[in-house]
Design a protein around this ligand. Structure first.
Ligand code: AQP
Length: 344
């Protein structure tokens, strides 16, 4: 199978690192994946290799989480006829390219990645696996393998994208033109959804507390989490991310789910209390989450069909990834493996 297209290429990934996608994953990244699958040559992957870098789940749980994310991506609107949807661990090319990129990454450069600092802060750097440290380099391999033009991600991935660009440019300079240098595609609105209980932090799957709305949460859980969201004491409905991050975050979520803007949300709720706004936010999230969860459950009832979609996606991905690894390995100077002599 050969992938021939003139459309610009996009690639992005999501970790199966929790029981479900959270609101930030959807608004910051996945909804753009859906809108981009039409005009772009789109590759999307569930990055399970990344998901074992912190507190790896039990093997059966990881398999189940991977299927859940695949079902959620389809429920969100990914169409396997329009994009290639695959699982990272199905392609050995990802770690194959990652190794070469690790060898051109500076130790100091990797040490400056803020996500590593944040994620290792809780238990301390000494107790982290090396995989968490090299995570951004594997992510660079994920992207560069597909000669990607645009990478739709949330704001938290900006620094990793910058590293990816630097590695592509460095490799190209050292070994000759091999990789497309990708551009981040970060939305203007909802690029960083904040934790409902701690609006100084981004919402995350793995925080697993009252501050994260999972798209698998039922209506009453969503309603409770939003009504208990931390805001501020001045009582004025006004969008101001610096002074009023908790309230502004709720306004961003509401604007995103009602296809509106934070200016319009402010105009609609100005003069009212926070309670009315919170009720409206809960309603708009539930209106999306309920049918989404229903569709996800239906898709999960047919795991063979999910596996078929992933096999198709992996086959399409492999044609591009294998060619990139072949070119990169050859440019580095690795001896090409000769075919084994036939018997007799
Ligand atoms: N809070 C967020 N707001 C906007 N975008 C977000 N993304 C994540 N959180 C937010 C975007 O979602 C995509 C998939 O993320 P990921 O699963 O690959 O890794 P992550 O960024 O580490 O996401 P989480 O939910 O915080 O996972 P854990 O808790 O496991 O670390 C990315 O494009 C990301 O920018």
């Amino acid at each position: 199978m050969q992938v021939v297209t003139t459309k610009p290429r996009v690639l992005s990934g999501i970790q199966p690192s929790g029981e479900s996608m959270q609101l930030g994953n959807y608004l910051g990244a996945v909804r753009n994946w859906v809108s981009m699958q039409d005009g772009f040559d789109a590759f999307y992957c569930v990055v399970d290799l990344h998901a074992i870098t912190v507190e790896p789940p039990a093997p059966e749980e990881l398999r189940q989480r991977t299927r859940i994310v695949v079902a959620q991506l389809l429920a969100a609107g990914l169409d396997p006829q329009q994009c290639s949807l695959f699982v990272q661990s199905h392609l050995a090319e990802h770690p194959q390219l990652s190794w070469v990129l690790e060898c051109i990454t500076g130790f100091g450069e990797a040490s400056r990645m803020t996500q590593f600092k944040d994620k290792s802060a809780k238990s301390g750097v000494e107790r982290q696996g090396v995989g968490l440290f090299t995570y951004p380099i594997l992510m660079a391999a994920d992207i560069l393998l597909y000669q990607t033009n645009f990478v739709p991600v949330g704001e938290d991935q900006r620094q990793h994208l910058e590293l990816t660009r630097n590695l592509a440019q460095r490799f190209n300079q050292r070994y000759g033109d091999t990789f497309v240098v990708p551009e981040p595609y970060i939305p203007k609105e909802a690029a960083k959804i904040l934790d409902l209980q701690d609006p100084s932090a981004k919402m995350s799957k793995s925080r697993g507390d009252a501050g994260t709305v999972y798209l698998s949460d039922d209506a009453s859980t969503i309603s409770k989490k939003i009504k208990r969201a931390v805001t501020d004491a001045d009582g004025e409905v006004r969008y101001d991310l610096q002074a009023k991050p908790g309230l502004s975050n709720l306004m961003t979520i509401h604007a995103a789910f009602t296809n509106s803007t934070t200016e319009k949300v402010e105009a609609e709720f100005a003069g009212g209390g926070y309670g009315a706004l919170k009720s409206a936010v809960a309603d708009s999230v539930i209106a999306f989450a309920e049918p989404f969860a229903r569709r996800t459950r239906e898709l999960l009832e047919d795991p063979a069909e999910l596996d078929r979609i992933l096999a198709l996606g992996a086959a399409k991905a492999r044609t591009v990834a294998a060619e990139t690894v072949r070119a990169a390995y050859s440019n580095v100077g690795f001896l090409a493996p000769a075919s084994a002599p036939t018997a007799g």
